[in-house]
Structure formats: C-alpha cells, structure tokens
Write a protein that binds this ligand. Structure first.
Ligand code: HEM
Length: 309
C-alpha cells in the first residue's frame, strides 16, 4: 500500500523545488500558446465513439511548455517539453490531451513524484539542489530511471514543431457498443524529429523555442499524426514508467494541424487548466494512479494561480 500523498502536498513540493511564480502555473510555467484543428480518421471512429473522431475539423487551443516551475528555464535544458491540447467539441464539450516528449514518465506513483521534488529542493547553503540527496532519491526510486535515461540519451528538441509527444498513460477507447480497446498514443511530427546538436546545446539562445514555432507557423501549418497502439492482454495499464513492446499494432487516429502561435501572455491557452481527466464520451481513463492524481494536482495549481490574479 503506497503512502498517502495529497495534491496540495505535491504542489507545495514543486514550489519548494522551483519557487512559485505569482499568477502562473506551478509546473510547466514557461510556455506559449498555439491554435489549430484536429481531424480524426474512420479507423479511430471504429474503436472510439468520441466526437473527436467524427472526421470533421475540431478546433484546438494548444500550449507548448517546458517542464518544471522555473519561468526562465533555458530551452536547452534536458527536461520535459509539453504539448497540451484542448479540443473544442460540438455542443460546448471539451476534451483534453496533455503530453510530454518522452515515451515514459519519471514516477510510477505520486509519492515518487513528490520525493523527486523534495530531492530537487535547493540547499539553503548553496542555493542549488544537494547532489547527495538527488543520488539517494535515484537509488531508492528505480521507477524514476527509465525517463532519466531517456533524457540522458536524447537531446532536447530543436523545435516544438519537430518533437514527438507521447500520451504516456494507457487510455480506453470505447466504441458504439461499449467495446473497450486499451490504447496508448504518440503525436508524430510531419516535419520529422530533430534534436539539438552538441554545439547547439551550448550555443542556442535560452528562449529560441517560442520564436522558432512562431516563425515556423508563419511559413505554414505544422502537422502531427496521432498514432495509436493497441494493447494486448497482459500489457501494463497502470504504470506510466513502463513502455509497451514496440511491435504493438498501430493505426493513425487523426492529424493535428497547428496554424498559429503566440506568447502565452494574454493568449487563449493562458488561463486553461489542461486537466487530463477532462474527457468527452468515447475515451476513458485507466486506473493509472499517476493519471488519476494529476487532476487534483492541476486543480490545486490552477486555484493558486487564478487566486493571485
Ligand atoms: C504525479 C504526476 C504529476 C504531477 C503532480 C503533475 C503536476 C502538474 C501541475 C501542477 C501542472 C500545472 C497545472 C496548471 O496550473 O495548469 C502540470 C502541467 C503539465 N503537466 Fe503535469 N504532472 C504530473 C504528471 C504529468 C504527466 C504524466 C504528463 C504527461 C503525460 C504531464 C504533462 C504536463 C503538461 C504538458 C503540463 C502543462 C499543461 C499546460 O500547458 O497548461 N504531467 N503538471
């Protein structure tokens, strides 16, 4: 039985690690807005009755971000990049998809996430995290390893437009007869995946990502294909640190087109809480404890930032 962890406790631990930026998200603080549309495929509609896959264009409000609560994090940091999508479905319904640029997450439980934040808390004597505490955290939390290794072996993206984003958790597609398909998905950039070179890691400007996406969308729309993998009996459902075997059957569920990009200040994405449990009928969560925990944690962060405005 894992120790009980509360959403407020975890958000306070994030604030302890990074500080709190008044009126802003406590995590993924640095980011930008974007907009476009999504068109689903007939194959997705066979597995899920979600209006997302009607085949008609669905307006999307998007936010791209850097993981962590540092609003000035350099875009060369070996940390997560986020893509958050709010689909504006007919009749005012909403659907959220909130992803990272890694195939796995760095915690199998909220407790590990909290302990990671506690380990990152700066030592008052040096103003920096204590390397000994970070090592102790890593040694005692093997579920953190897979994502850390991914970051160690994969440089950050050269542009949001050329990054893949994974849903990471397992979800359920529910069809018209209540049939359930276990799925995981990845948004694959049609621009191809490009990462910073060793040189660029040293020389790239700290805020190049925002300018790059604004310039890229000025030249024309950017597209990602939503690729869905179908789970098999025995595949992990409730652990976002474990990947499925690569040979799982895949199909294209739709294409996301991002046509506009802007700074987040005053942008449409700024006030949105991209709670991943906001889902329309036809896609449902699994019992992944991390997925379930995200919703109350985002609510705590959202309440704090709105309350400060
Ligand atoms: C225990 C696990 C996690 C905790 C406690 C957590 C916490 C948070 C918090 C507090 C925010 C800011 C919410 C707001 O003020 O709007 C946030 C944002 C975000 N998180 Fe998580 N998170 C967790 C796991 C994940 C996972 C597994 C993913 C990806 C699959 C993810 C992707 C994102 C993204 C992309 C954002 C930025 C959303 C935006 O642009 O508004 N997080 N997270």
């Amino acid at each position: 039985q894992p120790p009980e962890v509360t959403a407020s406790e975890v958000v306070e631990a994030i604030e302890g690690a990074f500080g709190a930026t008044h009126g802003q998200r406590r995590n993924h603080t640095k980011g930008m807005c974007a907009g476009g549309e999504f068109v689903g495929t007939a194959e997705a509609a066979r597995h899920s009755r979600s209006p997302l896959f009607s085949g008609r264009p669905i307006p999307v409000v998007a936010r791209f971000s850097l993981a962590g609560g540092n609003p000035k994090a350099p875009d060369t940091a070996r940390s997560g990049r986020g893509m958050a999508l709010e689909f504006r479905l007919p009749q005012g319904q909403l659907h959220h998809i909130t992803m990272l640029n890694t195939p796995v997450f760095g915690a199998a439980s909220p407790a590990t996430f909290r302990d990671m934040m506690l380990a990152l808390r700066p030592d008052p004597a040096t103003g920096r995290p204590d390397p000994g505490r970070i090592e102790a955290f890593k040694a005692s939390h093997p579920d953190h390893r897979a994502q850390a290794e991914y970051f160690a072996h994969n440089a950050p993206p050269a542009s949001y437009a050329s990054s893949a984003f994974w849903g990471i958790h397992t979800f359920k597609f529910v069809d018209g007869k209540d049939g359930v398909t276990l799925v995981r998905w990845k948004f694959v950039p049609q621009d191809g995946e490009t990462r910073l070179t060793e040189d660029e890691l040293k020389t790239a400007a700290p805020d190049f990502l925002e300018r790059a996406l604004i310039e890229r969308t000025a030249r024309g729309p950017v597209r990602w294909d939503m690729m869905v993998s179908i789970g098999q009996p025995g595949d992990v459902q409730d652990d976002p640190t474990v990947q499925w075997p690569a040979e799982r059957k895949q199909f294209k569920a739709g294409t996301l087109t991002i046509a506009t990009a802007s700074p987040q200040k005053g942008g449409e994405c700024e006030p949105i809480n991209f709670d991943p449990l906001v889902m329309a009928d036809g896609i449902a969560p699994t019992d992944d404890p991390v997925l379930r925990f995200r919703s109350p944690a985002y609510a705590v962060s959202f309440a704090k930032r709105l309350g400060e405005r």
